[in-house]
Design a protein around this ligand. Structure first.
Ligand SMILES: *[C@@H]1O[C@H](CO)[C@@H](O)[C@H](O)[C@H]1NC(C)=O
Ligand SMILES: *[C@@H]1O[C@H](CO)[C@@H](O)[C@H](O)[C@H]1NC(C)=O
Ligand SMILES: *[C@@H]1O[C@H](CO)[C@@H](O)[C@H](O)[C@H]1NC(C)=O
Length: 530
């Protein structure tokens, strides 16, 4: 091809990518948790790179002044209202339906604060003159922002940093599976041992939760949205069921397979860094020198090690002190009391660089999804001590794959810890299965991020995706899972059974009466005869 033709083609491609079909996208991601935000950020930054203009509401702005057409509205103040410390204390004491009620107050508060943000107010004011081609919305506990679809007459894509809650599944018409292992809104803790009464308990709680969400939670959010927007808004549940897509941060090999609608798109794993920042010289030396191996422990960014009760912390310390390994412990206080010599406490840890170190034997963690993905991507076996949310589910899945052990954080004992660490460090099987899992996870038709971009642009091009809409979301609850039919058949069965019993009873009585009559008659005859 002549050079000038190549240049022309390249220019055309470049202009198409960068200024040709750029859409204007509004992203609303209120949850003050960096583990949620890293997922959303990766997508919005990439969309920006592809030539789209973004306005992003987030508590963790990137503040990168070199970005063009990327405006951030800083919601960092929302962090002040979040207290997850109590989650260790309430673990196992209150059910998930009540935990959701805790989030109700928080989410209403956050929603009001976001709507009140002066920059956002300017944006959604009725005469603002702002237009968007797409709304990207965090699918979590903020349904009030679904109203933006009505305000801007734009399609919505939801994005969830973990698996979907049952209330969301219900809204969009996905099957409700109260006791399925993929469902993290449940109280069953032990994977595998599910007795019928536990399923009954889950069934009742699931529908109580959905009922509460539809009759209390949604109306509160509806009221908040209408108050701030000053316009009439269709029922939020109806907007939700018309959602174009939901990106769900799950991926086949490391989550429990479940039936999903075609508009649920899995996007897992795209936050894992390809380029890892090197360790500090000191740390690198220490870890290189740990030829026996070392252990890494972190409870993540929401649950902190300093939230552990003293007695629990002492169990960890006692166990670690008996190990022949170095231990890197992400511990947020200045001093770790009674710290053994082999333990190095660090306030902040370059997690991915540590996980990448070949001397690492075991990662002790809280079961967070991002940490799970990072551990798999570096093939590090795990010990999970889940605290809340989807953490039990993530650890259950890892245990079922034979790459992890699970311990109960409210009742950790040094011996159990030691046994778990020694088993995993000495049994090569855990590492081997992790390597297999990693290669399975890496085998993808399309890169997750590339896939998410394709679907986003698909929705922008067609101004929505009604072709993916499932009519199940339009059906009432009893029709979706044929509960009315089951009830009808049961009723017929019961009526038939009762009628048969009544007829049987009546016939018996009749026969008995007839017999008695005959008997008395013949006795009477006998008497006369005498
Ligand atoms: C981003 O900028 C805002 C103010 O412009 C500031 O409050 C915030 O701390 C900055 N965030 C980061 C991560 O640098
Ligand atoms: C949802 O979509 C249907 C079909 O396109 C439409 O008739 C209905 O008005 C929509 N509802 C809302 C609340 O947008
Ligand atoms: C490496 O470890 C050995 C003992 O395991 C110790 O004697 C030595 O001082 C360590 N070196 C560094 C640089 O930490």
């Amino acid at each position: 091809m002549p050079l000038h033709l190549i240049v022309l083609v390249l220019t055309l491609i470049a202009s198409d990518l960068h200024c040709g079909n750029g859409a204007r996208i509004l992203g609303v991601f209120p949850m003050p948790s960096i583990s949620h935000q890293v997922i959303f950020r990766k997508l919005t930054l990439e969309l920006n790179k592809r030539g789209h203009e973004l306005v992003v509401l987030t508590p963790d702005p990137v503040n990168d002044t070199t970005l063009k057409n990327y405006k951030e509205i800083d919601l960092h103040f929302l962090y002040d209202s979040l207290d997850l410390g109590s989650h260790i204390d309430i673990r196992g004491k209150i059910d998930f339906v009540d935990i959701f009620k805790y989030y109700e107050a928080l989410s209403c508060f956050h929603t009001n604060e976001v709507f009140n943000h002066p920059e956002f107010r300017k944006l959604y004011a009725p005469n603002s003159g702002e237009n968007f081609d797409l709304i990207l919305l965090e699918t979590f506990v903020y349904p009030a922002f679904l109203s933006l679809a009505e305000r801007f007459k734009a399609p919505i894509i939801g994005i969830a940093s973990a698996g979907l809650q049952m209330s969301v599944q219900y809204d969009i018409g996905n099957p409700i599976l109260p006791s399925h292992p993929s469902n993290w809104n449940k109280d069953m803790r032990d994977f595998g041992a599910w007795v019928p009464w536990e399923r009954l308990d889950n069934f009742i709680k699931a529908w109580r939760h959905i009922y509460y969400y539809r009759t209390e939670f949604l109306p509160k959010h509806q009221a908040i949205a209408e108050k701030h927007m000053g316009i009439e808004i269709p029922h939020l549940g109806d907007i939700h069921k018309n959602i174009s897509l939901i990106f769900v941060n799950q991926q086949g090999p490391i989550s429990f397979a479940r039936p999903n609608l075609p508009n649920i798109i899995e996007i897992g794993g795209f936050h894992v860094s390809e380029s890892i920042k090197p360790l500090s010289m000191d740390l690198q030396k220490i870890l290189d020198n740990a030829t026996q191996g070392f252990i890494y422990m972190s409870l993540g960014s929401n649950v902190k090690s300093n939230m552990l009760k003293e007695e629990t912390r002492n169990e960890f310390i006692a166990a670690f002190s008996e190990l022949p390994y170095k231990v890197i412990w992400k511990f947020e206080d200045e001093v770790l009391p009674k710290k053994p010599d082999n333990v190095i406490a660090m306030k902040w840890v370059p997690q991915q660089a540590i996980l990448a170190h070949p001397n690492l034997k075991v990662f002790i963690y809280q079961g967070g999804l991002q940490s799970t993905e990072e551990a798999v991507s570096h093939a590090v076996p795990l010990i999970g001590l889940p605290v809340f949310g989807d953490q039990d589910m993530n650890v259950d899945k890892m245990v079922s794959l034979g790459v992890a052990k699970k311990l109960e954080i409210t009742a950790v004992k040094r011996d159990d810890l030691l046994e778990a660490i020694r088993t995993i460090a000495l049994d090569k099987g855990y590492k081997q299965r992790m390597l297999t899992l990693r290669s399975l996870l890496n085998e993808k038709l399309r890169d997750s991020l590339e896939n998410a971009i394709w679907w986003t642009e698909h929705v922008i091009r067609h101004r929505g995706a009604p072709h993916l809409h499932s009519s199940t979301s339009d059906e009432p609850w009893y029709q979706r899972q044929d509960m009315d039919i089951v009830a009808f058949i049961s009723a017929i069965f019961v009526i038939t059974l009762i009628s048969s019993l009544v007829i049987l009873y009546k016939s018996l009585i009749y026969c008995l009466n007839a017999l008695t009559r005959n008997f008395t008659r013949s006795v009477g005859k006998d008497k006369k005869g005498n």
